[in-house]
Design a protein around this ligand. Structure first.
Ligand code: RIB
Ligand code: CA
Length: 330
């Protein structure tokens, strides 16, 4: 083999099939913080995003799909997008949350019309195919209702042992919920789906409100975002809207928002960002007051073996530094 010239610059992005990159499938309901998570994942040198699947949640599934396609296109990456569930597993979609994410899911910012279409295949089928194609190599990163993943697991229960790990944004272990006093939105929106995953036997890292609420982007960082990047204007408009929504509930923090979904992607990339506690977790699917609660057995002698690594602490500074540098908020 001919020697490489010494002046050759090191490869910034390893080729897509490099074994050094962690294969992931991102599942989203785009959504402002989903948009940030998509950018964080697509701009990573450590992750190989096999595809992005969409679900109802912050917005209906078609809006989530369109937003996702638009964001992927703004990064210039060639990553396929698969439309997924319009409803929860056994419940109708509870409806969007325009007071948090805007009418269009991206804070009413102008979203360019994507030129690409979603792939013809269903999201759950895509997940099954990829897991079977790369047994033991794929990390699933749902940052939305767990509906698409649960449908994949129900469609082919055999994939449970072939998924390397699920790193989910969801749940509230030792802290309050955000939809009800005890339930976090991604679990509350489809508790039956989340239960399928917690009972599946696949290793799970639960990146819940315990840690995501300790991360935060401030308005001054957002204002410093590199104006030359093609997604900067969209991100700034969307996140300003999202910050105003959070300001109503957390006025003391000023212009600020938590980085729920990007943190889950960051943990998939670098598990060392969070301290975890091994626990048994299950999901309440019928309680009047507790629907969607992640029930964590933190007793000294739990009756069931642990099925999840629950994130209980985060190196928020390290994460924020990485997040800001990657998105050009320097
Ligand atoms: O509870 C926060 C989660 O709910 C995030 O994934 C956000 O995007 C919404 O889906
Ligand atoms: Ca989300």
């Amino acid at each position: 083999m001919a020697a490489q010239p010494e002046t050759q610059a090191p490869l910034k992005n390893p080729p897509p099939d490099s074994p050094r990159r962690q294969k992931v499938i991102l599942d989203v309901d785009t959504g402002v913080d989903d948009a940030l998570a998509i950018l964080y994942a697509l701009l990573s040198d450590e992750l190989e995003v096999l595809g992005i699947t969409t679900c109802c949640g912050n917005v209906d599934v078609d809006t989530a799909t369109r937003n996702t396609l638009a964001l992927v296109e703004l990064t210039g990456k060639d990553v396929p997008v698969y439309r997924g569930s319009a409803n929860a597993l056994v419940r109708p979609f509870a409806g969007p949350v325009p007071w948090i994410h805007g009418d269009n899911g991206l804070g009413n910012a102008a979203v360019p019309e994507p030129s690409r279409r979603p792939e013809p295949e269903d999201a759950a089928v895509f997940i099954c195919e990829q897991v079977l194609r790369y047994p033991g190599e794929v990390v699933l990163v749902p940052v939305a209702r767990m509906t698409n993943l649960a449908r994949a697991y129900l469609f082919d229960p055999g994939i449970a042992k072939s998924v390397q790990r699920i790193v989910m944004m969801g749940g509230a272990a030792f802290c309050p919920g955000n939809v009800t006093p005890v339930a976090e939105a991604n679990i509350w929106g489809d508790p039956e789906a989340a239960r399928v995953l917690f009972r599946s036997g696949t290793p799970i890292t639960m990146v819940g409100l315990d840690v995501t609420m300790r991360t935060g982007l401030t308005g001054d960082r957002l204002n410093r975002m590199d104006p030359s990047r093609p997604y900067t204007e969209l991100v700034q408009q969307a996140v300003r809207f999202y910050m105003r929504a959070y300001e109503e509930h957390h006025a003391a923090r000023g212009a600020w928002c938590p980085l729920h979904d990007p943190l889950a992607v960051a943990v998939a990339e670098d598990p060392g960002l969070c301290r975890t506690r091994r626990c048994h977790v299950d999901v309440e699917t019928s309680g009047d007051l507790t629907l969607g609660m992640t029930v964590v057995d933190a007793r000294g002698k739990p009756t069931a073996p642990p099925n999840a690594d629950v994130c209980v602490d985060v190196d928020a500074e390290r994460f924020l530094a990485r997040f800001c540098s990657r998105l050009g908020m320097v």
